[in-house]
Design a protein around this ligand. Structure first.
Ligand code: GLA
Length: 355
C-alpha cells in the first residue's frame, strides 16, 4: 500500500483538514487515512453554536461585521447575555465524536471572531453584558470541547489596514478596550487549561501584518497567554511570480518568538484575488501543485518549529473557494488535495513523492 499524507509527513509535522458536518460521512475514510487532526470549518463558530437569528442585511460585506451601522431591534436580550439559552451543538458534536472515535486530534476553531456573531447585536450590549456573553460561551465550549488540543482564541484579531494600531478595531476591542485580547486569552486559559492557545490570522507573510502578529504574540507570551502562532496560509498561484522570500523571512521571524507554529487553513487559489478574474485553466491548476510543493519544501525546513499543517477542506468540490471565493472561478478552482471523487489531485501526488 502506498503511504498516505499523514504517514509521509509523520517525521516532520502532523497534518489536518477542516471538515464540515454535512459532508463528513462521504469524506470519512479519506480523512481517517490521510489526516491526524481535524478542524470544524464552521460548526464551532459562535453563530453555529448559538443560532440566534439576526441575519445580515443585503449588500454588506459579510466579513466586516460591525463596521456598518445596521442595528436590529433586540427582542431576546436575555439569550444574548446568557447565550446558553440558545444552543445547537449538533454539527460540532458530530465532528468531535468522529474525531474522538477515530483517534484524531481536534483544533478548536474558534472562540471569538468578528465575522461570527449575530449581526449588529453585540454592538448594542454593554461591556459587562458582552463579558457575560463571552464568559458563558467559553465555559460551554470548554464543557463540550475541552479536549481540543489547541484553540484559536480570537480569530483574526490583527488590524490589516495600513493605518491604525496593531489590533483590529472589532466589536470586542470597541467594547472591552485595548486589553481585550489579554482578557479573552486569560479567559481561554482559565477554561481550557489543557489546550494550546493560538493567535490565528491571515496575510501572515505580508511584512506589516507579520510585524503586528509578532508584536502581539510576544505581548501575549510575556503574560503566559499564548502557545502557538496560527498562519492561515490561504494563498494563490501569484506567489510563483512574487517568490517565496517573504515566506522564509517570516518563518525565520516567527520561529524566533519561541512559540509553536501551526499552518491552520492552507489552500491554493488558482487566481490572484481581485487581480486576475477568469475561470481556471489546466495551466493554472498545474501551478497550484507547484505552489504546494514549494511551500511544503519550506515547511519541512522549518519542521522543528511547525507542529501542524491543516488544509482548509478535503475535496475541491466543497472548498469555500468554489462557493464564496472569487466568482469567476467558482466550480473550476482546484485549491485542495482531493478531487470531486476523493481521488488524489496532482498537488497531493507531488506532496507524496517529494519526501
Ligand atoms: C477565515 C476563517 C475561516 C474560514 C475562512 C474561509 O480564514 O478563519 O474560519 O471562514 O476564512 O472561509
Amino acid at each position: 500500500m502506498p503511504k498516505t499524507l499523514k504517514e509521509v509527513y509523520a517525521p516532520y509535522f502532523t497534518v489536518g483538514a477542516a471538515v464540515s458536518a454535512w459532508w463528513l460521512d462521504e469524506a470519512a475514510e479519506v480523512v481517517k487515512a490521510n489526516f491526524d487532526t481535524v478542524t470544524c470549518e464552521n460548526e464551532m463558530k459562535y453563530l453555529s453554536i448559538h443560532p440566534h437569528g439576526y441575519q445580515p442585511p443585503e449588500n454588506v460585506n459579510r466579513f466586516n461585521r460591525g463596521e456598518d451601522e445596521y442595528r436590529p431591534e433586540i427582542t431576546d436580550r436575555e439569550s444574548l447575555i446568557h447565550p446558553t439559552l440558545v444552543v445547537d451543538t449538533s454539527g460540532a458534536d458530530k465532528i468531535a465524536n468522529f474525531a474522538r472515535e477515530n483517534g484524531l486530534k481536534i483544533r478548536g476553531h474558534n472562540l471569538a471572531w468578528h465575522a461570527s456573531y449575530p449581526w449588529g447585536v453585540f454592538e448594542q450590549l454593554s461591556p459587562s453584558e458582552l463579558r457575560s456573553n463571552l464568559d458563558e460561551h467559553f465555559k460551554l465550549m470548554a464543557e463540550k470541547y475541552g479536549d481540543c488540543y489547541c484553540w484559536d482564541v480570537v480569530n483574526e484579531a490583527l488590524n490589516d489596514r495600513l493605518d491604525g494600531g496593531d489590533l483590529r478595531d472589532n466589536v470586542f476591542h470597541k467594547k472591552l478596550g485595548d486589553d481585550y485580547l489579554f482578557e479573552l486569552h486569560g479567559l481561554a486559559r482559565k477554561y481550557f487549561p489543557n489546550s494550546e492557545l493560538c493567535l490565528n490570522d491571515y496575510s501572515e507573510f505580508r511584512p506589516d501584518k507579520r510585524d503586528r502578529i509578532i508584536r502581539t504574540a510576544m505581548a501575549l507570551k510575556e503574560r503566559g497567554l499564548v502557545d502557538v502562532i496560527g498562519l492561515q496560509c490561504h494563498t494563490n498561484i501569484g506567489i510563483l511570480r512574487h517568490g517565496f522570500g517573504e515566506v522564509r523571512r517570516s518563518l525565520d521571524m516567527y520561529a524566533k518568538t519561541g512559540l509553536k507554529l501551526h499552518v491552520t487553513e492552507m489552500d491554493v487559489c488558482c487566481i490572484e484575488w481581485k487581480k486576475d478574474p477568469k475561470p481556471a485553466t489546466p495551466e493554472m491548476t498545474a501551478q497550484v501543485a507547484e505552489v504546494y510543493e514549494r511551500f511544503f519544501e519550506i515547511f519541512k525546513e522549518y519542521s522543528e518549529f511547525i507542529e501542524n499543517i491543516t488544509l482548509w477542506g478535503v475535496s475541491n468540490k466543497h472548498s469555500w473557494l468554489n462557493h464564496m471565493g472569487p466568482k469567476e472561478c467558482h466550480g473550476t478552482n482546484k485549491p485542495l488535495l482531493f478531487d470531486d471523487n476523493y481521488q488524489a489531485t496532482e498537488s497531493l501526488e507531488r506532496l507524496l513523492q517529494m519526501v
